[in-house]
Design a protein around this ligand. Sequence first.
Ligand SMILES: *Cc1c(COP(=O)(O)O)cnc(C)c1O
Length: 385
Amino acid sequence: MKKISYGMHSISPADIESVINTLKSDFLTQGPAVAKFEEKFAKYVGSKYAVAVTNGTAALHLAVLALGLKPGKKVITSPISFVASSNSVLYVGGEIDFADIDSASGLIDINSLEERIKSGGPDSYSGIIAVDFAGNPVNLEKLRIVAKKYNLWIIEDACHSPGGFFTTSDSRRSLCGSCEFNDISIFSFHPVKHIATGEGGMLTTNSEELYEKLLVLRTHGITREKGKFLNSSEDIEMGPWYYEMQSLGYNYRMPDILASLGTSQLERADKNIERRHEIAKLYDEGFKNSEIVPLVKFNEGHAYHLYVIQSEKRTKIYNVLVENEIFPQIHYIPIHLQPYYKGLGFSEGDFPNAENYYKKALSLPMFPTLEDQDIQRIIEIVIGV
Ligand SMILES: *Cc1c(COP(=O)(O)O)cnc(C)c1O
């Protein structure tokens, strides 16, 4: 029997050729393929700037570093996300908090978020990490209103949503990653995500100041720009070789080999979203008269990284699918219930909507090369449980 996983990348002959060309070029890293990928990606999501990094987690880390945490202030995010969303705050010695989700969408509930921020007392938060869970974009225009009120920055964790959008109050499409209403957006190019580079990540922003900070942080905190040097040539010889490390950065550079794969993959991104939409509609149709409930109604702006259903029988469905060599997944175990986070003071009952969601959640296979007959088979098995 054919094995089917919940997510799967695809590599085209053009992808292979693109990587081979880089392998034959003078630059395996720090060459022109990275800038090219960044330029194309920024165009795709509609941002001014893009900075490629080694993975989505590194992108989150740099985003939090660049935006900064005010001492003693917390960052708030959703408990229904991958642990990297909240870990990034802990990397820089910050304090993390969560707000409960809206059961109807699986996204952070903006009202609970504001309640939580209010109850923390004045000035107790630095920022918000908004997660476009499953590919369903957070309405950042609405979130922005809360963020402004409490003077908070917003990072959009758009790992699930490249190509997605929400509709603004004046009926426009606001693309995920465009940073129209937020400071920095971040993406991952892990093979289960929309665009695969093996490991890889990207940050987008419209702020020149943040962009320059990110470039420096990505490469050890080192600058080679003469105009920016802090030392003077009276203190130290500053020849053409000279560089300065001015902040504590990291080596989070994406190699050219991966960037050239990313650029080639990006060519198919729109077509792949269309296919993801087709698959979502097939599932929706298949479950219409059953007790299986899709987490959300179909919407054009949903990038469908995941197709999530809710069912009281989800564990049984999970087991029967696995018996049939179909491997669904559960996204996510609420972060606040992870032992590490319990050690930080969180406990069961803190975010009841997230905990109830988790008990019923199941992500069915969703990737562009999934065939119609596979989808029908999955629907039949799921309904038959
Ligand atoms: C995949 C993912 C990440 C981390 O990305 P990596 O490239 O695996 O480091 C962060 N947040 C979310 C929501 C993700 O899905």
